[in-house]
Design a protein around this ligand. Structure first.
Ligand SMILES: [Zn+2]
Length: 480
């Protein structure tokens, strides 16, 4: 075995060492804590000693003009720079005070005495024999958008796909993803929510049968081989660096994306230099629209649903002091009537609640109507199964917090929002929630009702935007 020790980070020679493919495939493009990987520590140490890994501290002090004029910390995993999120603690290992980053704590603690490693050994082979096994057809608008997106990726230009809920956004990505994969590019599709990753994963697996793709979310199972295509929650992006040639962010403006600058930084961190970003959303923020214009991004707009029917327009129903009624152990009368109608029509329904607390008070009341009605919220481990049950008509309806507003498609679903005036229901959240209704070509209509204790500007804004999109979609003389 020829072993040369190098001073810098680059290995001087790879000769004589047979790299284990599992190590190479896992670490390529990733940034990981040195002492906490899915591999035996002895192996990690072996490769570290031979300079296959570049090391950097978990938390660094940022300097300006090379002067430590003021202590300003940055987490090298999640890029957090909010100083309030760095917590000083007595470190038993160092026997002194160290600092940890609270921002990415749920992925295991990164501290000032943690070492992060990135792979600098040989890269896995990208192959270019990917196929797209999809027999669907595009509407004219989808076709146009798919071409524009592919073209932007070809020219390494950022792109915004602005498409109404139910426009068939996922399918629009297929040709662009195929184009990139077959040019030996590594592609990431990132989305803020686990639900969306879970929904997209089987669809992409089905249409890209020759492609190794991984789905990454909190506690996702260990997957093998080198994924040339990665579907990931934006949080899991913290564990990548300089990894992707194309990053597609689905539902770009969704909570928590807009509220967390660190997540946006994460998107920039995981892409390689000059790699294009594509944002796909139904509700682009004014900031994103302004940036798109300023930086001359590619742009596609699809104001129409793929089946050509207009978006269902929400109706308002006053539900005064609904919270007090629920606290007293009763379902408010109008909501009760709505639910009974849906149950007797055998139409699946979703009822959105502004808080988990209120939903938990309400669930036993609904279960008196039908024992199979269940509730879901963000920390619910059975969330996936419950949505599946609703889709398979094994349960009549679901009570939910806003976690289900995006990405889920249930045939003939009827939707009610309880407390539509609550702060959590922003106009974009309400547009997304309304977009759950009428997605199926055979059943393009459905009920979307905002039960409220007073109408808010956000509610009106959502309705106006839906009306505007409908007008836009149908004003144009476009064939489907
Ligand atoms: Zn961090």
């Amino acid at each position: 075995m020829i072993l040369k020790l190098s001073k810098g980070n680059k290995p001087l020679s790879y000769k004589g060492i047979i790299i284990e493919p599992q190590i190479r495939d896992f670490f390529a493009g990733r940034i990981w804590t040195h002492n906490n990987t899915p591999f035996p520590q002895s192996k990690i140490n072996y490769y570290t000693l031979r300079n296959y890994f570049t090391k950097k501290p978990g938390i660094s002090i940022l300097t300006k003009n090379h002067i430590f004029y003021r202590q300003h910390l940055i987490c090298n995993r999640c890029q957090n720079e909010n100083q309030q999120e760095f917590i000083i603690y007595n470190c038993a290992k160092c026997e002194k005070e160290c600092v940890y980053c609270r921002h990415c704590i749920n992925m295991g603690r990164v501290t000032s005495c943690t070492e992060l490693i990135t792979w600098n050994g040989p890269q896995p082979h990208m192959h270019k024999k990917h196929v797209l096994d999809w027999n669907g057809t595009f509407t004219n608008a989808q076709n146009e958008a798919a071409k524009q997106l592919t073209n932007s990726i070809k020219h390494r230009r950022n792109h915004l796909v602005h498409a109404v809920c139910g426009a068939g956004k996922t399918e629009i990505l297929f040709p662009a993803v195929l184009y990139a994969l077959n040019r030996e590019l590594r592609v990431c599709i990132a989305t803020p929510r686990t639900d969306v990753v879970l929904e997209l994963f089987p669809r992409f697996q089905k249409v890209f049968p020759n492609t190794n793709l991984h789905a990454l979310y909190g506690n996702s199972p260990q997957q093998t081989g080198f994924p040339q295509l990665v579907l990931s929650t934006t949080h899991q992006l913290f564990r990548f660096e300089d990894a992707f040639d194309v990053v597609i962010v689905d539902e770009a403006d969704a909570f928590p994306y807009t509220f967390d600058q660190a997540l946006e930084k994460a998107v920039y961190k995981v892409k390689k230099d000059g790699a294009p970003i594509a944002l796909v959303t139904a509700t682009p923020s004014p900031q994103i629209l302004a940036r798109m214009k300023k930086e001359s991004w590619g742009y596609s707009f699809i104001p129409k649903r793929y089946h050509g029917h207009p978006l269902p327009v929400p109706r308002y129903q006053a539900l005064w002091s609904y919270d007090k009624t629920i606290q007293k152990g009763r379902i408010p009368r109008k909501l009760l009537k709505w639910t009974i109608t849906k149950l007797s029509n055998k139409e699946p329904f979703l009822i959105f609640f502004p808080t988990i607390q209120l939903m938990q008070l309400a669930i036993p009341l609904f279960q008196q109507l039908n024992a199979n009605i269940v509730s879901v919220h963000a920390e619910d481990a059975d969330r996936k199964e419950k949505v599946m049950k609703l889709r398979n008509e094994q349960i009549p309806g679901l009570l939910t917090t806003t976690i289900l507003e995006r990405g889920i498609t249930i045939k003939n679903v009827q939707v009610a929002v309880v407390g539509a005036e609550s702060k959590i229901f922003t106009s974009s959240a309400l547009i997304q929630i309304s977009g759950r209704v009428g997605r199926n070509v055979a059943l393009p209509k459905g009920d979307i009702v905002f039960f409220h204790h007073g109408i808010t500007a956000e509610m009106d804004e959502a309705c106006n935007e839906i009306l505007r999109l409908n007008k836009e979609g149908f004003g144009k003389n476009e064939t489907l």
